[in-house]
Design a binder for this molecule. Structure first.
Ligand code: GLC
Length: 426
């Protein structure tokens, strides 16, 4: 890309961020997602920092201001009233001072905060804000291992597909069969008012999402009970990799700031997690796959969640195998990285997390591949991401075969990732 085009693209991305900026937090997009989402905010902060560092720190501070007393950081904070989204606060009923959902999302805050800190021009501000966030992020990490890894295996389980951030992935299909639908209260979906139903989850899936929510609500959102009581407990390699990377990054940051105990605890979590991740490796797929904790078996599903472990310090041989698998998959798609293997009969190029490309996932995979020495593949992923926005704008996700923009438009974290791809390398 010529430099004028780069400046223009960045200016357009900044426009999207400004449009969705609510002052102290950013919404993912107008209409479809009118509140603050957990991992959206953390990744968005990286984009904000390129033009306003103080605002970037505030994005993460606002999220953590709504951390639960037990350490969990909820996946949505309902700062304002809006009837545009289902399920809203009246369904979750979590009894928090500001309404929040009752489940969590990928723990990318540790990574984001370290990256903000390392790049900060205003070091005084960075030290002050990072120091305040350190114990909060550490508490969230502790919460994960205490509540979602009851047998101390080193890997945590998600108890609802929405926690994964890859909401509708094929990875959850088998385990989802076990989730009942009886007793689901009548509801009206709002997502299909804002996006094409053919790109969104089916009614059968939605019923199960809501069944789980009602089940957890019936247990008073008591995290000490939810994991064991959930018929859905899946160990997702992508989710764990993000947590492991954040633990390692938090350890480094804590070291720099002289917080020895936080550093040691997070270093230990990261090391144990990387070793345990080996159990999720599949030679047949050349990538990691999920483990269904209730059924006690690996899930035969080759999704992008199994590439994300390159974002953590996995063995070199594993990173090399993943680079080769992405190369193979690239031969079946025009744009990479599809969220599912296009060679699988269940692949769907347009439906939410069952095939489409997401730029946030591309960003984390490219970051990990570059760090592991696979800069060519990292560069290909970056280029594919930039091609997509050049051709189709700042969409929520994209068809990997046609490049068509899908889901919501003028999407915040897509814009943030574009700024990162174009400016973040320096
Ligand atoms: C969808 C995505 C999730 C994201 C949210 C807001 O639910 O699956 O990962 O956080 O939208 O963008």
């Amino acid at each position: 890309m010529i430099s004028l085009a780069i400046d223009e693209t960045i200016a357009r991305a900044v426009e999207v961020l400004r449009e969705n900026d609510q002052g102290t937090y950013t919404i993912p997009t107008k209409g479809l997602y009118p509140f603050q989402w957990n991992w959206d905010s953390c990744l968005t902060a990286l984009g904000l920092a390129h033009y306003d560092e103080a605002r970037a720190w505030t994005e993460i501070d606002t999220l953590f201001a709504h951390q639960w007393p037990d350490g969990m950081v909820p996946h949505i904070v309902f700062h304002v009233w809006s009837d545009g989204y289902f399920p809203g606060p009246e369904v979750w009923r979590t009894n928090r001072p500001t309404a929040t959902s009752g489940i969590t999302q990928p723990a990318v805050a540790g990574f984001a905060v370290r990256r903000l800190f390392d790049r900060a021009k205003d070091k005084t501000l960075a030290v002050e804000r990072a120091r305040a966030l350190l114990p909060k992020i550490d508490a969230w990490h502790r919460w994960f291992y205490e509540n979602r890894d009851p047998n101390g295996e080193g890997l945590v389980a998600i108890i609802h597909p929405w926690e994964s951030g890859r909401d509708n992935s094929i990875d959850w299909d088998d385990a989802f069969e076990r989730v009942p639908t009886e007793g689901v209260e009548p509801y009206t979906r709002r997502d299909i008012l804002h996006a094409d139903p053919a790109h969104r989850p089916t009614k059968a899936q939605y019923d199960r999402y809501i069944w789980l929510l009602q089940h957890f609500r019936g247990l008073g959102w008591d995290n000490a009970r939810l994991h064991d009581a959930s018929p859905f407990q899946v160990v997702d390699p992508g989710f764990n990799a993000i947590l492991i990377r954040s633990a390692a990054d938090l350890a480094d940051l804590a070291e720099t700031l002289g917080e020895k105990d936080i550093a040691n605890a997070n270093r230990a979590r990261a090391e144990k997690g990387v070793a345990a991740m080996e159990r999720l490796w599949s030679d047949a797929h050349g990538q990691y796959i999920c483990f269904d904790r209730v059924a006690g078996k690996l899930v035969d599903s080759a999704s992008v969640g199994g590439f994300l472990p390159v974002f953590a310090a996995i063995p070199e041989s594993r990173a090399a195998a993943i680079a080769a698998t992405i190369e193979r998959i690239a031969g079946k798609a025009h744009y990479i990285v599809p969220s599912h293997d296009p060679g699988d009969a269940r692949f769907d190029a347009k439906r939410y997390w069952r095939g489409p490309v997401w730029l946030v996932v591309n960003y984390m995979i490219a970051d990990g591949l570059a760090a592991a020495g696979h800069s060519q593949m990292a560069q290909r992923i970056t280029q594919s991401s930039l091609d997509l926005i050049a051709e189709s704008g700042f969409a929520e996700y994209y068809d990997p075969l046609s490049g068509e923009p899908l889901g919501g438009s003028r999407f915040t974290w897509t814009a943030a990732m574009v700024i990162e791809f174009l400016k973040g390398r320096g």
